[in-house]
Design a protein around this ligand. Structure first.
Ligand code: ADP
Ligand code: MG
Length: 228
């Protein structure tokens, strides 16, 4: 559903150029559960921003559901992001003055869905992530692990094709990190939604079927490692 071919992305930094992604090719199929591992600065966020149609590469091609997105207007890109892609961030990005339920309702309301339906849908997703008792709590009353569950429910509520999660466990202890990866995997199996998440914690990789490794902007595949 998302394919990158020979993608490059660099940033000008004063007089130097940072090559954040170099010659990255990958294929993510519908229903996949993919972890992207790499140390800090290896290009994980840049890669997820390209996959999530937030950022455009300087070279190479990005295909979303088979369509080359280079020709897409900003409106088409933002429409695809709003309808087909759910985002989860390391800092949760919940709205502090809203309850868990209202946070999950928001993307549905932004799509023009009526409040009553949005409320029912949001409640259903909070139940799926195990937070039915806490729907009226504001984020500051929730633990980090609970906040990330709300963020995952919010990402899934629009029934996206893919959820992109940039280091969703970076602010969690190891027990909550494992629980969040378990939840993503469980949602992947139950709903068939594709998950792509990044992490610098190698201990989480044994929980997921597919890992990609980034080193200094280059993707190292296990097959290439075996050949090397
Ligand atoms: P990671 O998420 O793995 O920590 P990033 O994708 O954030 O890595 O960054 C990869 C490299 O690109 C780093 O050297 C970073 O400093 C650089 N970089 C990322 N975004 C920008 C930007 N907007 N401007 C300048 N440099 C950037
Ligand atoms: Mg990052």
């Amino acid at each position: 559903m998302v394919s990158l071919a020979n993608v490059y992305r660099s940033f000008a930094l004063g007089h130097t150029t940072v090559h954040a992604l170099m010659d990255v090719s990958l294929d993510i199929r519908a229903g996949d559960m993919v972890a992207i591992w790499g140390p800090s600065g290896s290009g994980k966020s840049t890669l997820l921003n390209v996959i999530g149609l937030i950022d455009k590469p300087d070279g190479g091609t990005v295909a979303f559901d088979g369509a080359d997105v280079r020709s897409w207007s900003d409106d088409m890109l933002s429409d695809a992001r709003n309808r087909k892609i759910g985002f989860v961030f390391q800092s949760f990005n919940l709205i502090p003055v809203m309850s868990a339920l209202e946070n999950v309702m928001l993307p549905l309301q932004l799509q023009g869905i009526a409040d009553k339906t949005a409320r029912q849908t949001a409640a259903r997703w909070l139940q799926k992530v195990g937070l039915e008792q806490l729907t009226n709590m504001r984020p500051d009353r929730l633990s980090g692990g609970q906040r990330q569950r709300v963020a995952i429910a919010r990402a899934l509520a629009i029934e996206p094709e893919v959820v992109i999660a940039d280091e969703p466990t970076a602010n969690l202890d190891s027990e909550n990190s494992r629980a969040v990866v378990d939840l993503m995997h469980q949602m992947n199996r139950q709903t068939g939604v594709t998950f792509v998440f990044s992490t610098h914690d190698q201990r989480l990789l044994d929980q997921v079927p597919t890992h990609l490794e980034l080193h200094d902007g280059r993707l190292i595949t296990r097959a290439q490692e075996a050949i090397a």
